[in-house]
Design a protein. Structure first.
Length: 144
């Protein structure tokens, strides 16, 4: 390998060297393939990182819970199926290939009559149930 050693650390493990040099191998992500790796509903999995945000994949079925995120916007992109995002002033229906950004502070409740697959793009600090804590709250997300 022809990576210049880090200036401040001359003796270092390979793992560290790779990370410092940002030479990590880039891998493409096949969304359908990743979605095939899990079955649970309402359990977002981390599929990528963009700066301070995560790309998450999640399966919806049924109703989630009314909540809001005080400081974070949340993007929902439908990959498969149809979803509804209930809002206090009306519902929003989204089909495959459509997305919406729910602004911070706006109460919402995702719903899917039949299973739907969704890509979420949101700050790493987002908690799935926002300001609500219940049995659906997930503080640690798995990666796919
Ligand atoms: Ni939310």
């Amino acid at each position: 390998m022809n990576i210049a050693p880090p200036v401040s650390v001359r003796v270092t493990g390979r793992k560290r060297l790779v990370r410092r040099g940002e030479k990590k191998m880039l891998e493409k992500v096949n969304i359908a393939e990743k979605l095939g790796l899990f079955d649970e509903h309402w359990s977002p999995k981390i599929a990528g990182e963009v700066g301070d945000s995560y790309v998450k994949l999640v399966k919806f079925r049924g109703e989630f819970v009314w909540h809001q995120h005080e400081t974070e916007d949340e993007m929902f992109l439908v990959v498969k199926g149809n979803i509804k995002i209930k809002l206090r002033d009306g519902d929003l229906s989204l089909g495959e290939g459509e997305f919406v950004v729910i602004p911070r502070g706006v109460e919402h409740m995702p719903v899917a009559e039949e299973e739907a697959h969704v890509l979420l793009f949101e700050a790493k600090t987002v908690l799935n149930t926002g300001d609500v804590r219940n049995e659906r709250t997930l503080t640690e997300l798995e990666r796919v």
